[in-house]
Design a protein around this ligand. Structure first.
Ligand code: PMV
Length: 332
């Protein structure tokens, strides 16, 4: 098989400032709400795909993928094969991240975004943001926001087939070069309840869920304005309240889902205290115990010192990341 059936893509993770939490269609990964994220520079996942091999083979970080992850990758390959005009055959997929899975950073978002871009290229399809975003979404909802860099919005859409539910860029990384995102690792433990299970349980049992969803579209609009104005305090306030509300909805589920650890609260309270003393830094929290802090370049070292003092195992400083891209550096 010729090398036109082989491609490598690199994508960055993203962190939502206005969160997605809950699907209206499980199979097509269609959300109840729109969400908005910032792409994280420095951190990246590379994925190589080659069609026309003996049998499907999926390797993550140099090891055969576990059954659950493998099944999600194979499912994405299958969707592409169904749409392709030629017979593509079995595929070999290999993916490596340059950051620890323990960063709790939805490495799946960058992974499925890189996979979507790579499989389309390996199948001979042109780079297309919308198509790649829709394909990535099928692997993991948040992955649809990692096709482009900068600040992206995933519009929930209305169409039952999901054709209008994809992410697009609001502002490129050049819009806010001074913004810094500090990924803090307080706990490397694997979470017991995956996002997939957690959001389903929240939708089904939390009385707070509908209130959270109701405000989501307005929240995206408000966050867009604050980002447009490069208003760090404004973005920070929205990002904190949005994270709290997502966690409140999960805590209101029956039985409750709590992703927070004691260290998370210690960190958040210390951050609030420092902010009262003038440190411009805010947090967001995904479905896990590790906050991502927002600040600017001038205050990064003070925020790094704070997280070290509060006991973070590690922190990784990021600027705003760029688009996913094709690369010649194949992994095999
Ligand atoms: O994309 P998933 O299925 O891993 O869900 C991600 C959900 C959050 O990270 C908690 C929020 C978000 O919008 O990314």
């Amino acid at each position: 098989m010729s090398s036109r059936h082989k491609a490598t893509a690199v994508a960055h993770p993203n962190i939502a400032l206005v969160k997605y939490w809950g699907k209206r269609d499980e199979r097509l990964v269609l959300p109840h709400q729109s969400s908005l994220s910032v792409t994280l520079g420095q951190l990246e996942v590379s994925t190589t795909v080659e069609f026309g091999v003996e049998q499907d083979e999926v390797t993550l970080q140099g090891k055969p993928a576990q059954e659950k992850e493998r099944a999600r990758v194979i499912e994405m390959l299958q969707r592409l094969r169904e749409r392709a005009s030629e017979r593509l055959g079995a595929a070999r997929v290999s993916s490596v991240a340059n950051f620890p899975a323990a960063a709790g950073l939805a490495s799946s978002a960058a992974g499925f975004a890189a996979l979507a871009v790579a499989v389309r290229a390996a199948a001979g399809l042109p780079f297309d943001v919308r198509e790649a975003s829709i394909l990535a979404r099928l692997g993991s909802g948040s992955a649809c926001r990692s096709i482009q860099g900068g600040f992206c919005v995933w519009r929930r859409g209305q169409a039952p087939d999901g054709s209008d539910s994809y992410a697009s860029q609001l502002f490129s990384e050049a819009h806010w070069p001074d913004l810094r995102l500090l990924v803090t690792i307080l706990s490397g433990e694997k979470k017991e309840i995956t996002s997939r299970e957690g959001m389903k349980h929240t939708v089904e049992t939390s009385p707070y869920y509908s209130a959270w969803v109701q405000d989501a579209e307005a929240e995206v609009a408000r966050a867009t304005e604050r980002i447009r104005d490069r208003d760090l305090a404004g973005v920070g306030n929205i990002s904190e309240r949005n994270a709290w509300r997502m966690h409140a909805a999960a805590l209101g589920a029956d039985p409750a889902i709590c992703y927070l650890h004691p260290e998370t609260l210690r960190m958040v309270l210390a951050l609030e205290q420092e902010r009262r003393r003038g440190l411009p830094a805010w947090f967001t929290l995904d479905a896990g115990p590790n906050p991502v802090l927002l600040t600017d370049a001038a205050h990064l070292s003070a925020v790094e010192a704070l997280v070290a003092r509060v006991g973070a195992q590690r922190s990784i400083a990021c600027g705003v990341g760029t688009d996913a891209r094709l690369s010649e550096a194949h992994l095999f």
